[in-house]
Write a protein that binds this ligand. Sequence first.
Ligand SMILES: NC(=O)c1ccc[n+]([C@@H]2O[C@H](COP(=O)([O-])OP(=O)(O)OC[C@H]3O[C@@H](n4cnc5c(N)ncnc54)[C@H](OP(=O)(O)O)[C@@H]3O)[C@@H](O)[C@H]2O)c1
Length: 270
Amino acid sequence: MHRRASAIDDFTGGWALVSGAARAEGLGFAFAGQLAAAGLNLVLTDVLDDELSARAGELAARFGVEVRTAACDLGEAAPYPAIEQAVADIDVDVLVCNHMYTPAETPPILDMPLETHSRMIDINARGYTNLIHRFGTDMRTRGRGAIVVVASGAGLTSAPYTAAYSANKAFQIALGEALWYEMRGTGVDVLVMVGGLMNTQGDALDRYPRYPIAEPEDVVREVISAVGRKHLVVPGVANRMFLLAQTRLMSRRRTVSVIGGFMARGLGKS
Ligand SMILES: NC(=O)c1ccc[n+]([C@@H]2O[C@H](COP(=O)([O-])OP(=O)(O)OC[C@H]3O[C@@H](n4cnc5c(N)ncnc54)[C@H](OP(=O)(O)O)[C@@H]3O)[C@@H](O)[C@H]2O)c1
């Protein structure tokens, strides 16, 4: 039987919406680039308006696809007017939920202001739900589409000193996996990406060992090829080995202790 190179190829000539796509070194921009290379037109959304326009111009010039921007704060209540305006005359076939708000400082849970916790939940949990609900219902009606939920290994285990992030990612994984199950047979593929450390943060990862840090282009290649074939993808060998140890070989108590030590070193906590 003929096997498609990627289910994403089915959407060539259609439209993809990628959230959190404004930063040149970010994963969202890498997704946008590879989707554009596959011939999809793009709606890019992010809170960073000027950077978003710059990225859109670069992709349109490089790949000859149409690229629209919708700058908005995904922590606001839905619907998002800028996104609605951008998609008014198109169908979105591919949704990549990738945006993420993480504060520069990640203190222990009770030392992080409650407003910061709330803002993270608004953007990272509610914002994902808002986009998935908005475009997932349309896809289900049309009987075609693909949704990629960009989560993290930090959502499969608990990560002290970045616990709010970890909890937000656990939300995304739980929502995405259940969505995959519920959408089987509808024509809509759902894929949860459980990412490890990636080279998207400039020097912010300087204190971590280098070997587990993946390049975003490699990660996106692996994720895109898994659409329509898997329900969850853990890109990168080092990431898979870490998660195997953390989720299968160690007790949860041991895992949270090991990760606590790793995060303390990585984030420079005493
Ligand atoms: N980098 C890693 O090591 C790693 C590991 C595992 C998983 N991931 C996941 O991969 C995804 C991309 O990560 P990345 O490292 O490429 O991060 P990133 O560049 O920070 O991407 C996130 C984008 O979302 C934007 N954003 C923040 N708040 C927003 C809001 N309220 N509304 C709309 N957009 C908003 C960010 O803008 P600002 O720059 O203004 O915040 C940024 O442009 C995230 O979901 C992340 O959790 C990353």
